[in-house]
Design a protein around this ligand. Structure first.
Ligand SMILES: [Zn+2]
Length: 99
């Protein structure tokens, strides 16, 4: 699918979720609305939100494990540990590999 845009080539496209500028290679476009681009970090966040919604109607070890990981993630973010130098970089790197 080719997307026609009336953008200033000097400015990078903007994520429709977080509002930050990203290169086109770091955006995911919606199928029915290719004018909407979401950055990879926000796409990951949306995926997790969708999975949380699905888990609300499931039981078992998987949903409980993911809920525990989500609780730890929320604590890390609430305390700002993800923004602390080397520790933050390590936590963000680990988070990219978690469900
Ligand atoms: Zn974003």
């Amino acid at each position: 699918m080719t997307v026609q845009r009336d953008e200033d080539p000097a400015t990078a496209p903007t994520c429709w979720c977080c509002g930050k500028e990203h290169p086109e290679a770091r955006l995911v476009r919606l199928g029915a609305h290719p004018e909407v681009g979401v950055c990879l970090d926000c796409a990951r966040w949306l995926h997790r939100r969708a999975r949380q919604r699905e888990d609300e109607h499931r039981s078992g070890l998987g949903p409980r494990l993911r809920a525990s990981i989500d609780a730890v993630r929320a604590t890390v973010i609430r305390r700002g540990w993800h923004e602390r130098g080397v520790l933050g970089a390590l936590l963000r790197r680990i988070d990219r590999r978690l469900p």
